[in-house]
Design a protein around this ligand. Structure first.
Ligand code: NAI
Ligand code: MG
Length: 356
């Protein structure tokens, strides 16, 4: 029996709804396969915890998480707590504290899902976006002076280090190399941002020499939105900065049909710390408690988690089950269906049990 310790942090809004669905599906994989076991511990951190204790997680939170093999995360954000508090109080400290510097976001059009682009069906859009997840525009560097006065100043400094850029480039080239097309697009804004972004381009060219079998090209981030929309087949693996990839991956999620299906993995490639797996979407106040949150992103990120743990049979089985269910038209309203979270979850569980 192979056992894995998983820390579940459902947090806010629809987070608990989709993480509960994910845990149900993991339990059915356990039963179906018989040789793996997930020891899942639940953490009640998030905005309710903040309202009680004034912090999003306890001060020794990272220490408590350290011993786990992976973290399964829902979403943070509450209507009555400022977003920078929820984000910087929970999700970002985990990403940064555990040096999860590679944020990996696969996007594909799943069977049964009608994407917003005409003439774009399954197979026409199959991307993995690699987002630098430890520095760049979200390094937290900056400050405010003369608060509230007419001469008030706010700075938000983007930090690019040679170590940080080299390691994400290497990760992206390696990932591109492992995919059939062996093709990487490096995104920057090195025309307008002439320091850090020019360094980014130079390091890309240096790292490219280590991967002679990977073809690569460069795009400016604004032009990239056009290429993603008008020529999705021309892309495969994509690497971009923290901010750029944050924006591009929301676009990618929308082009694939819905944010509700888009997963993400925050990876420490050196495996010094647990990596964290989550749906891309937020806490979706508008549908919280209605029972219609799409659990597919949370299932897909479980696929990424299983891959990371080396459980490739379980991960392939789960992905097939999800695709069978979407292909059968069992979809939540965000992707044009009428099914509830529970119905989609039960259908995926059935597909896991009935698969051979
Ligand atoms: P959001 O992702 O929560 O929702 C955007 C839209 O997509 C909403 O209409 C929502 O109903 C829909 N949606 C999202 N996930 C869905 C799902 N699984 N099934 C069906 N529909 C889904 O983004 P929004 O509204 O900008 O932010 C709400 C809160 O979430 C804010 O507090 C924000 O800071 C936080 N947030 C947290 C993230 C995280 O924890 N990683 C990421 C993005 C936002
Ligand atoms: Mg985002």
């Amino acid at each position: 029996m192979r056992e894995y310790a998983i820390a579940a942090i459902p947090a806010d809004g629809i987070g608990p709804e989709v993480i509960a669905a994910g845990i149900t599906v993991l339990a059915s994989l356990e039963k179906r396969l018989g040789d793996i076991k997930f020891n899942i511990e639940n953490f009640d951190w998030g905005s309710d915890y903040y309202k009680k204790y004034g912090v999003m997680m306890p001060s020794d939170g990272l220490n408590q998480l350290k011993k786990f093999d992976a973290i399964y995360f829902g979403a943070v954000g509450a209507p009555d707590v400022p977003d920078h508090i929820t984000l910087w109080g929970l999700r970002l400290p985990i990403c940064q504290g555990f040096d999860q510097y590679a944020n990996v976001r696969p996007t594909r059009i799943l069977p049964g899902i009608t994407p917003p682009l005409r003439n774009c069906g399954p197979g026409d859009l199959d991307w993995v976006i690699v987002r630098e997840n430890s520095e760049g525009e979200y390094s937290g560097h900056g400050g405010r002076a003369h608060k509230g006065l007419p001469e008030e100043v706010g700075t938000e400094v983007a930090i690019f280090t040679r170590v940080g850029v080299t390691r994400i480039m290497r990760y992206a080239f390696k990932l591109a190399q492992a995919r059939p097309r062996k093709f990487l697009t490096v995104v920057t804004k090195s025309n307008a941002q002439r320091h850090g972004m020019v360094m980014w381009d130079e390091i890309a060219a240096e790292v490219a020499e280590e991967f002679p079998d990977v073809t690569w090209d460069k795009m400016l981030v604004d032009a990239m939105t056009v290429r993603m929309t008008l020529n999705p087949r021309s892309l495969d693996t994509i690497v971009a900065t923290n901010l750029h990839a944050d924006i591009l991956s929301d676009l990618a999620g929308a082009l694939a049909g819905s944010l509700g299906v888009a997963p993400t993995a925050n990876i420490d490639p050196e495996r010094r710390y647990p990596s964290m797996f989550e749906p891309i979407h937020g806490s979706a106040f508008d549908i919280t408690g209605k029972g219609i949150a799409n659990p597919v992103a949370t299932f897909w990120t479980a696929v990424q988690m299983l891959d990371h743990l080396g459980e490739t049979d379980a991960s392939a089985r789960l992905m097939r089950a999800v695709e069978r269910v979407t292909g059968a038209g069992i979809l939540t309203p965000d992707i044009g269906g009428t099914a509830t979270t529970k119905e989609v979850t039960e259908a995926v569980v059935d597909a896991i049990y009935s698969s051979n």
